[in-house]
Design a protein around this ligand. Structure first.
Ligand code: AMP
Length: 213
């Protein structure tokens, strides 16, 4: 089962992606997480990616595509995967399709978690991420058990640089310009499924579960 999650930054696609991955027993692959891990480790890729991420811009396709293709070629992806945050541009989608074509494989579903911009800005300012393990919370919707402390690893929770208001506005612009066209792209391929992402997290998950059998 190969699933792509689409949606604006902050639409909740990461949370849903993790839940789907768990349900189907396939890896959850987030290019954002891979970049953040590289930033933390101070790798060359991390240093390069950070320049773009801090401004709310996309990391160039050449860098992003390579790390994604390397990741999906790993053994644990043989039974499928849930992609969260990739593709984000039409060229990225085309490269992925070409790689899958060679293997006689295809994407089964592109799930679009639909949330209007005004909700996004409100949501992102309440988001908190763990400095240590990357888990995300929300001060209203998914509060940690103890304020400022990660439930999973006890690390410190912070407002990520790329969730700050000015960066969020940039990310939304970038989303509309470069990522939204993917909705049409996957609709034309007949694999697009849209769900209302404004409702409660469990309800969003139920709608997705009804679609993916
Ligand atoms: P995310 O955690 O998915 O919201 O990603 C955080 C940031 O990482 C984005 O704002 C981009 O700067 C970068 N990023 C993640 N995935 C991609 C991608 N597929 N293409 C380009 N940049 C990406």
């Amino acid at each position: 089962m190969k699933i792509i999650m689409l949606g604006a930054p902050g639409a909740g696609k990461g949370t849903q992606a993790k839940m789907i991955a768990e349900k189907f027993g396939v890896p959850h692959i987030s290019t954002g997480d891979i970049f953040r891990a590289n930033i933390k480790e101070g790798t060359e890729l991390g240093i390069e990616a950070k320049k773009y991420m801090d401004q709310g811009l996309l990391v160039p396709d050449e860098l992003t595509v390579k790390i994604l293709l390397d990741r999906v070629a790993k053994e644990d992806c043989a039974g499928g995967y849930v992609l969260d945050g990739f593709p984000r541009t039409i060229p990225q989608a085309e490269v992925l399709d070409a790689a899958l074509d060679k293997l006689n494989e295809k994407i089964d579903y592109a799930v679009n978690v639909d949330v209007p911009d005004e909700n996004i800005v409100k949501r992102m300012s309440g988001r908190r991420a763990c400095l240590k393990c990357g888990a995300t919370f929300h001060i209203e919707h998914i509060p940690p058990k103890q304020e400022g402390i990660c439930d999973s690893c006890g690390g410190e929770l912070v407002l990520r640089d790329d969730d700050k208001q000015e960066t969020v506005q940039n990310r939304l612009k970038v989303y509309h310009d470069q990522t939204q066209p993917l909705i049409d792209y996957y609709a034309k391929k007949g694999v697009l499924k849209s769900v209302d992402g404004t409702v409660e997290m469990q309800k969003v998950f139920q709608s997705i579960s009804d679609i993916i059998k």
